[in-house]
Design a protein around this ligand. Structure first.
Ligand SMILES: Cc1ncc(COP(=O)(O)O)c(C=O)c1O
Length: 368
């Protein structure tokens, strides 16, 4: 089925001439179509144009980047933020920038493509370990890490399809007495996990200097582009050593302005995160009544794998007929074998929309 978006993506989204209750994608906070965010982007494009047509430094600097990075610093409560063209590049920025000749990568088997690609490009040894299993990491380290090597563990923070939060404290415990680092791709956690929505590190209260994190503005934060955040000294080291930062264009200027506005809104509107959490609880409770189970940590990604006799394609089609857009995913990192319906809960969904979704699924299950 081909689908064409005919308006901003949000809790209600226009697709092929019809308005749907929309539970797809990653705009968990609804910021990508928030009027003040759109206005900031529109004002910026008229005043500054689309891009600086230059890399950062020298003549490629813009006040919009400074403002965005200062606002992001305040949001993530860190000393420094570096931004670049896409979240996909985050792993490359960290791996290039922090790389040592003796690195040996230990990667969650279901980690995102960007982590695999960045590790592969480094030409160091790569050892996968079973998804979200600290004991498997421990065994892999015992068997594969050789004397003189540094272990670099790679994992998503919040997995994009399964909705699981990686057991990062357990990984750190496994790494306790080793020369080691942990690199986290927090594309889906940033903006939604933790008390202030700072992401998976805040969720687990991790402040360990061995941990580095990358994220994207393109999902919960409503914009576009990638970032790494952390301590000044560490990020200045990355700045000097990452070819990605030196050799790629920065974010589009309207995206930078939109991100600044989105982050400011988030800081003054904690109710957005609270509303998201309430919506997640409502959706999870209803789906649990229908027989699905979810990881303990509450996240806006709800994964409905196939189960006895349930045809997921049919479920998706039936929901579309009832005006509810959901996605079937089977070839993306962390999708279960056989695929799953992936539901994304937004802060901007109304309780009535979630109830409609639950009623529609109940109805389809009854008729199968
Ligand atoms: C886990 C994960 N990491 C990184 C990315 C890439 O981020 P971006 O779209 O900003 O390049 C994605 C998806 O887009 C993702 O799902």
């Amino acid at each position: 089925m081909s689908t064409f978006l005919q308006g901003p993506v949000g809790a209600l989204t226009r697709i092929d001439g019809r308005t749907y209750d929309y539970f797809g994608g990653c705009g968990y906070l609804g910021l990508q179509s928030q009027p003040q965010v759109l206005q900031a982007a529109a004002d910026a494009v008229l005043r500054y144009g689309l891009s600086t047509a230059n890399s950062r430094g020298g003549l490629g600097e813009s006040p919009l980047y400074t403002e965005m990075e200062e606002t992001a610093c305040a949001f993530f409560a860190c000393e420094k933020v570096l931004t670049f063209a896409s979240g996909y590049l985050g792993a490359a920025v960290l791996i290039q920038g922090e790389g040592q000749a003796n690195d040996h990568f230990f990667i969650d088997a279901d980690a995102h493509f960007s982590l695999w690609d960045a590790a592969a490009a480094s030409n160091h040894a790569i050892t996968p370990f079973a998804h979200c299993r600290p004991e498997a990491l421990q065994v892999a380290l015992q068997h594969e890490l050789t004397a003189g090597e540094r272990a670099v563990v790679l994992s998503d923070g919040l997995f994009p399809i399964s909705g699981e939060v990686a057991p990062l404290p357990d990984y750190l415990e496994v790494l306790r007495n080793l020369p080691a680092r942990l690199i986290v791709d927090d594309a889906h956690g940033a903006g939604v996990l933790g008390e202030h929505g700072r992401g998976t590190l805040e969720f687990w209260s991790i402040t360990d200097e061995r941990v580095s994190v990358s994220a994207t503005f393109n999902k919960a934060l409503g914009g576009f582009g990638g970032l790494v955040y952390g301590r000044r000294q560490a990020l200045e080291h990355l700045e000097r050593n990452s070819r990605v930062l030196a050799g790629s264009s920065p974010l589009p200027l309207p995206a930078a302005a939109a991100i600044t506005q989105a982050l400011r809104l988030l800081q003054v509107s904690p109710q957005l995160l609270q509303q998201l959490q309430a919506n997640v609880r409502q959706a999870r409770a209803g789906l649990e009544e229908l027989g699905w189970q979810f990881p303990v940590a509450e996240t806006p990604i709800l994964c409905l794998p196939a189960r006895g006799g349930l045809n997921l394609f049919r479920l998706r089609e039936e929901l579309f007929h009832r005006g509810i857009a959901v996605e079937f995913v089977n070839s993306y990192p962390s999708a279960p074998a056989g695929g799953a319906i992936r539901l994304a809960v937004f802060a901007t969904h109304t309780p009535a929309q979630i109830e409609r979704l639950l009623a529609a699924i109940r109805d389809v299950l009854r008729g199968q």
